[in-house]
Design a protein around this ligand. Structure first.
Ligand SMILES: [Zn+2]
Length: 190
């Protein structure tokens, strides 16, 4: 059947097959779902699904990711095997939203989230026991994020405002190695 004018018009704005992020050995790369089931990062973590980004909708001026965490989990630890470390973004602020999945109680987050943000005097492990969100301003070091006592899957949504590309910077020393001193006070777990 021929596409209507409306079909053609809205095609450029619609995502019907989200992206996933894979590490190919050299870095994280965006891919569109190719196979089902869609590969996930771990038994308790779907990994980020990319709902909106310029590689999906070329005119997009922001990026949105989401994922489901169904057990104890942490990301962005100082020694994280997933290669995601505490990092910052020079070019965009980032909003993290933590949502529960209990239709009978929207105040039920399903677990406890600790989100580490800031450095030095402003370093804080912000604890969420109910659904909530945090705005991470441009240039602010953030992570790890740690989920404990997960009784019911937690949905996490990440909005990268005005971001055309995902550019995460890890603090580096002059010789190019990671400046671990900037991670002082951040936990390895807990
Ligand atoms: Zn970030």
């Amino acid at each position: 059947m021929a596409k209507s004018k409306a079909d053609q018009y809205w095609e450029q704005y619609v995502v019907k097959r989200p992206g996933i992020i894979v590490h190919d050995g050299t870095g994280f790369k965006d891919r569109i779902w190719e196979n089902k089931p869609v590969p996930r990062w771990s038994p308790v973590d779907t990994g980020p699904q990319v709902a909106m980004a310029p590689f999906l909708v070329p005119s997009a001026k922001s990026m949105v990711e989401y994922g489901v965490i169904s057990g104890e989990w942490a990301q962005g630890l100082r020694n994280d095997p997933s290669k995601i470390r505490p990092h910052y973004h020079d070019d965009y602020e980032e909003i993290f939203i933590f949502m529960g999945t209990n239709p009978d109680d929207v105040a039920d987050l399903g677990g406890e989230v600790t989100f580490w943000v800031g450095e030095g005097d402003t370093l804080k492990g912000v604890v969420f026991k109910e659904p909530g969100a945090i705005l991470v301003p441009k240039g602010t070091l953030h992570f790890p994020q740690i989920m404990k006592n997960v009784k019911r899957p937690i949905v996490e949504v990440i909005i990268m405002c005005g971001a055309g590309r995902r550019i995460a910077k890890v603090p580096l020393k002059a010789d190019g190695s990671i400046d671990e001193s900037r991670f002082k006070g951040r936990p390895t777990w807990g």
